[in-house]
Design a protein around this ligand. Structure first.
Ligand code: KG4
Ligand code: ZN
Length: 331
């Protein structure tokens, strides 16, 4: 089964061709990072316009690179939400039109489901499994009993972990997006500063990162006031160590409570080298499946992989009417 998938939920315009929920024949991704960088974050109006400008080019690119023709496509899948509504609508509109004109069945896919299924490109899911989904907008622990049988265990009470990375980076003047640069600098420094590990003992499956973010802000502010010399690398290392310990400890606790066979770490922050390493070292007794770096951040291949499994269970839409949604329930 050949699926053409479209992802435009935030600031990446992407179209992919995948086969049988496993093989990525092409994954065309155009990042808008350069456009948003001067603003220190994604500007929704600009993101929508940029998606419109590159959308058709990405369709051509994906089909050409996969070396297929439109006649080979069995299903069109598109991210329905959650995400920036203007951005989502560009992708939905393009996918709907393409599917309708070529009379190919259409399907909407939850962006978060896509992040989980990105792991399926790397290895086979073993149920029941636990997913730690960490991205710019989400920090979630999910119990996955079977394909598309997902229970939300816990989430963030304030900032998403990627958001905390981006805010700390902005405060340190490191630019946007903050995750990759903080991760890089963390490896060049030492975790010498004592920062809180927000564990929320009564809510073991929930997260809270805004206090930790404020502690970093206070630490840097106080050192600057005292005209103390400090290395940004050490601040990054201390922040990253605190984040990673919280994520791994909560994941380990949940995995043991639920007796899962596998742990998937997915979403943009799953690209974090410190997190990947610490997770493997501290949970050696459970298989940890992580998408390769290129499939951690937003791209359409993950939507195509998730769509394959969704199709097996629910089939495609009966018509070509698909609504975008800034926030939708999980599956
Ligand atoms: O999944 P994603 O591409 O978009 C959302 O769905 O949000 O995740 C983007 C987030 C950003 O906050 C970015 O700073 C973070 O993932 N990120 C990282 C790393 N690479 C990307 N955070 C920590 N370490 C990284 N290496
Ligand atoms: Zn995402």
């Amino acid at each position: 089964m050949i699926i053409l998938s479209v992802e435009t939920s935030c600031d990446e315009t992407s179209v992919a061709i995948t086969k049988n929920g496993k093989e990525v024949l092409s994954n065309a991704v155009l990042s808008q990072i350069n456009i948003h960088q001067p603003y220190g974050g994604v500007v929704p109006e600009i993101a929508s316009r940029a998606h419109i400008e590159s959308m058709l080019y990405m369709f051509d690119e994906a089909i050409k690179k996969a070396n297929i023709t439109i006649k080979d496509i069995d299903l069109v899948a598109v991210t329905q939400g959650p995400g920036l509504i203007g951005s989502l609508l560009v992708g939905i509109n393009a996918a709907t039109t393409f599917a309708y004109v070529n009379q190919i069945p259409l399907m909407g896919v939850n962006h978060l489901l896509g992040h989980i299924y990105a792991a399926q490109i790397e290895g086979d899911m073993q149920f029941p499994l636990l997913t730690l989904l960490v991205s710019g907008g989400h920090t979630e622990l999910l119990y996955v009993k079977d394909h598309l049988d997902i229970e939300l265990l816990g989430t963030t009470l304030d900032d998403a972990v990627g958001e905390a990375y981006d805010k700390v980076a902005r405060m340190l003047g490191l630019g946007y997006p903050g995750g990759p640069i903080v991760d890089k600098l963390a490896h060049q420094g030492q975790p010498i500063y004592d920062l809180p590990r927000p564990m929320l003992k009564d809510e073991p499956y929930n997260f809270s990162f805004s206090g930790l973010k404020s502690s970093v802000l206070n630490l840097v502010h106080n050192m600057k006031q005292r005209k103390e010399n400090f290395k940004v690398e050490d601040v990054c290392a201390s922040f990253q160590q605190a984040v990673v310990e919280v994520l791994v400890e909560k994941t380990k606790f949940a995995a043991e409570q639920l007796g899962v066979k596998q742990i998937i770490v997915a979403g943009g922050v799953a690209a974090n080298k410190g997190l990947r390493k610490y997770m493997k070292e501290n949970i050696p007794h459970i298989e940890i499946l992580t998408p390769s770096i290129q499939y951690c951040t937003d791209q359409a291949a993950m939507i195509g992989i998730a769509a394959y499994y969704q199709y097996q269970k629910h089939g495609a839409l009966k018509d070509y009417y698909l609504k975008g949604s800034a926030s939708i329930n999980f599956v």
